[in-house]
Design a protein around this ligand. Structure first.
Ligand code: ADP
Ligand code: MG
Length: 291
């Protein structure tokens, strides 16, 4: 049987945009010692915009933009949506036939006739070549908290595309509330080191791990679970689902992908990050009433 205090707390949660998929999850929350956060779409708004586009010398800007749009329009990754919008509205009007493969966590590969293109992170297009492209610029852009991606073909890097995603206004408040509850905060992201460092600092997050693949997010959660008795995870993407399942308590952002919503134990219905701290307080209050 469910305790009246549990029922009252579940309905309090519902009124506040927190959906608990069972009383047990509500009880577990008061024990959380650490919480891991995904970056894109969780700590940030998940609506990146292209801020910089640098094309290789003697390469047609409009042509590269057309290739980019013809590849990225096949994906609904937030970065893909942003790049497509930018490319189509900046002169990339040509529709180029393209076969596209999605390599989750890395980027996209497009094939058109004899040409093979790759769009994505430095490791995916060739780390050294990416670093050498307009030497040093990628480090400067990343230090501004921008995600730096590239497009290449058989001849080498064709262009650099930098994107910026705004941090959610309530991210700082949430992190400081969790800190005052004694909870350690960690950010797990597929993004590069410099960008991760900048966003973690802005949000006030204790620790971060950059360049995570979906499997590495799971590994980090397992490791955290050996250090702390109960560990939460907050995420929104397909990429986050395995980590949400591994966590003691998984929280999904309400606008997250279906898989994240299904896997999570708690759903933040209106994407309100601060409700993570509220949910913990609710759980602590409930434990006091039960005892
Ligand atoms: P995150 O963990 O930040 O949500 P992902 O794991 O989805 O990011 O992707 C990791 C990295 O791979 C991105 O930061 C980006 O550099 C690159 N990437 C992934 N998908 C794309 C894409 N469609 N276009 C360009 N770059 C991409
Ligand atoms: Mg995400």
């Amino acid at each position: 049987s469910v305790m009246p205090a549990t029922l009252a707390s579940i309905s309090n949660g519902a009124r506040n945009g927190i959906l608990f998929k069972g009383g047990n999850h509500l009880e577990a929350l008061s024990h959380l010692q650490a919480i891991a956060f995904d970056k894109t779409g969780t700590l940030t708004q998940g609506k990146p915009e292209v801020t910089d586009f640098i094309v290789r010398d003697r390469v047609s800007r409009e042509h590269v933009l057309s290739i980019l749009a013809s590849i990225e329009e096949k994906s609904n990754h937030p970065l893909a949506v942003a790049i497509t919008n930018y490319a189509r509205s900046s002169g990339g009007n040509e529709a180029i036939e393209m076969d596209v493969k999605d390599l989750a966590g890395f980027g996209l590969e497009g094939t058109s006739g004899d040409a093979v293109y790759r769009v994505g992170k430095p490791d995916f297009v060739g780390r050294q070549e990416a670093l050498d492209f307009h030497e040093g610029i990628s480090i400067e852009l990343a230090a501004e908290g921008k995600t730096v991606t590239y497009i290449r073909d058989q001849t080498g890097i064709l262009a650099l595309i930098a994107l910026k995603d705004q941090i959610r206004q309530e991210a700082m408040t949430t992190i400081s509330q969790l800190k005052s509850l004694g909870v350690i905060t960690i950010m797990l992201t597929g993004d590069n080191e410099k960008t991760a460092a900048k966003i973690a600092k802005e949000a006030g997050i204790d620790q971060y791990v950059a360049e995570c693949l979906p499997e590495t997010k799971v590994d980090h959660l397992k490791k955290l679970k050996t250090e702390y008795t109960a560990v939460g995870m907050v995420g929104d993407g397909i990429n986050d689902a395995p980590a949400l399942a591994t966590a003691t308590t998984g929280f999904a952002m309400g606008d997250g992908t279906d898989v994240a919503l299904e896997t999570a134990d708690v759903v933040l219905m209106k994407n309100e990050l601060t409700k993570v701290a509220y949910a913990i307080q609710l759980s602590k209050k409930m434990q006091r009433i039960v005892k």
